[in-house]
Design a binder for this molecule. Structure first.
Ligand code: SF4
Ligand code: FES
Length: 246
C-alpha cells in the first residue's frame, strides 16, 4: 500500500503546531499501525529530519500508551482495539490518513502525538487503591466469598487500561467512564468497602480539579472504549457518590 499521512507536528507544549503531509510506500496489510509509523520515522531519520514523537510501550493492548486520533476516531476505525493492535489491512492503497493527538484540555500536548495523561495518575492516587493490613494477620483473599456476578462485573471494570480514548472521544472531554470503571472495580468487592466513601469522593473531586468535563449521556465513550467498559460504571459511580454524601 502507498499512503499519504497527514500528521500533527508540534515541537513542544508552547508551539502552535500544524498538520504536515508525508508519503509512505510498500506498507503491508499485516503491519500494525505503529509499525507503519516506525517505517515513516526510519524514513525521516534517514533524511535527517525529526521523527514523529508518539507514545507506546507494550504494543499489545495492555499499557494504554498508544493514544492517537486516526481519521477522526480514537485508536482508528477498528472496534475494541488500541492503536498498537490496529492492522494496516483496515486501510486501502491510496488512502489519506489523518493522525492527531488526543484533544482535551486536561491532556495537554507534550510533543507531536504525545500528550500528558498524568491527570489520570493523580485521579488514581486520590483513591484507586485498597489498604491492606500486612501485619501477619492478613486474611487470604481466596477465603472471602464473592458472588460470581460481582466478581465478573468487577473484573470487566478492571480491564480499563487508562488509555484516555473515552476522554478524547467525549464532546465534553469527560473522564467519567475511566473514573466509573476505577470506582466500580472496588465498589463490587468486599475488599473495596473499607474506603468506599472516601474513594469515590476523592476520585471525583480530583477529576473535577483536573478540568475534565461532565457526562451528558451521549455514550460516545462507551462506543470508542478499547475495553468495552459499560456506561453502567458511570451510573454506579454516581450511586456510590450519592451514598457517600448522605
Ligand atoms: S474507560 Fe475505556 S477508553 Fe476510557 S481509559 Fe478506560 S479503557 Fe480507555
Ligand atoms: S502500546 Fe500498550 S496499549 Fe498500545
Amino acid at each position: 500500500m502507498n499512503l499519504t499521512l497527514k500528521i500533527w507536528r508540534q515541537v513542544d507544549a508552547k508551539d502552535k503546531g500544524k498538520m504536515v503531509d508525508y508519503k509512505v510506500t510498500e506498507i503491508s496489510g499485516s503491519m500494525s499501525f505503529l509499525e507503519m509509523m516506525d517505517v515513516l520515522n526510519e524514513q525521516l531519520v534517514n533524511a535527517g529530519e525529526q521523527p514523529v514523537a508518539f507514545d507506546h510501550d507494550c504494543r499489545e493492548g495492555i499499557c494504554g500508551m498508544c493514544s492517537m486520533y486516526i481519521n477522526g476516531e480514537a485508536h482508528g476505525p477498528d472496534r475494541g482495539v488500541t492503536t498498537c493492535q490496529l492492522h494496516m489491512r483496515m486501510f486501502k492503497d491510496g488512502d489519506t490518513i489523518t493522525i492527531e493527538p488526543w484533544r482535551a484540555g486536561a491532556f495537554p500536548v507534550v510533543k507531536d502525538l504525545v500528550v500528558d495523561r498524568s491527570a489520570f495518575d493523580r485521579i488514581q492516587h486520590a483513591g484507586g487503591y485498597i489498604s491492606v493490613n500486612t501485619s501477619g494477620n492478613t486474611q487470604d483473599a481466596n477465603a472471602i466469598p464473592i458472588s460470581k456476578q460481582a466478581a465478573d462485573t468487577a473484573m470487566d471494570a478492571a480491564t480499563c487500561i487508562g488509555c484516555g480514548a473515552c476522554v478524547a472521544t467525549c464532546k465534553n472531554s469527560s473522564a467519567m467512564l475511566f473514573v466509573g470503571a476505577k470506582v466500580s472495580q472496588y465498589a463490587l468487592l468486599p475488599q473495596g468497602q473499607v474506603e468506599a466513601a472516601d474513594r469515590v469522593r476523592n476520585m471525583v473531586a480530583q477529576m473535577d480539579l483536573e478540568g475534565f468535563g461532565n457526562c451528558t449521556n451521549t455514550g460516545a465513550c462507551e462506543v470508542e472504549c478499547t475495553k468495552g467498559i459499560s456506561l453502567d460504571t458511570i451510573a454506579r459511580m454516581n450511586r456510590e457518590l450519592m451514598k457517600a454524601s448522605i
